[in-house]
Design a protein around this ligand. Structure first.
Ligand code: FES
Length: 209
């Protein structure tokens, strides 16, 4: 019979059971179970990792080694909005330090922290794959590119005041972004410059595609 964690919500118990049923080797279910445990505990807490260890039959240390490798598993509680500021080399050379300073100053928390009301978390991250639009930032993993100190401050104030229920890359880009990775493109014979067709704007999905 599949093991369950009896104090988890019914919904999370069912999710865990269905995940475990899919894997003959229980340890292979580690990552999806960590996700469910993080939902239950609101982050990958020590208890969450111990519970995943008991479900998979591996040690808590092994669970920790996976959870600490993948940065999307959080070892501390995270706010409703997670602002991830890229400070890798291309963004760094394009004033990412000013963007990070603006985000930290406007939220009042250092990287790795969370605001008192639990609304906003700030973190410094490695390259998020938007080097062409550096400096780049993500909010809840939606990317906005070409930020400046002023735009970063405006972005934080918008999150705090408007409290958008859903954060979308295209909307943030329009409101607070600048140069983005694929605004530029090859010039057509008629002189028009268009985005490279293979790369639509981040976060956009055309119907029927
Ligand atoms: S270095 Fe910042 S997105 Fe690549």
């Amino acid at each position: 019979m599949t093991a369950v964690i009896s104090h988890w919500s019914q919904e999370n118990q069912s999710a865990a059971k269905s995940i475990l049923d899919r894997y003959p080797e229980k340890r292979s279910a580690l990552m999806p179970l960590l996700y469910v445990a993080s939902l239950e505990h609101e982050y990958a807490s020590d208890d969450a990792m111990r519970e995943v260890a008991s479900l998979t039959g591996i040690s808590a240390a092994q669970v920790l080694s996976v959870a600490s490798f993948y940065t999307m598993f959080k070892a501390v509680p995270v706010g409703r909005y997670l602002i991830s500021v890229c400070t890798s080399v291309v963004c760094y050379l394009n004033n990412a330090d000013e963007v990070l300073e603006a985000v930290e100053g406007t939220t009042g928390v250092d990287s790795g922290g969370i605001t008192h009301d639990g609304a906003i978390s700030v973190e410094r991250v490695e390259c998020i794959g938007a080097c062409g639009g550096a400096p780049a930032v993500q909010v809840n993993y939606e990317t906005v590119e070409g930020l400046t100190r002023e735009k970063a401050e405006a972005l934080v104030n918008w999150l705090r005041d408007a409290k958008p229920p859903v954060v979308l890359a295209d909307e943030m880009q329009q409101l607070f972004g600048g140069q983005r990775s694929f605004d530029w493109g090859p010039m057509d014979p008629d002189g028009a410059v268009r985005p490279i067709p293979a790369f639509g704007p981040y976060g956009s999905v055309e119907e029927g595609r």
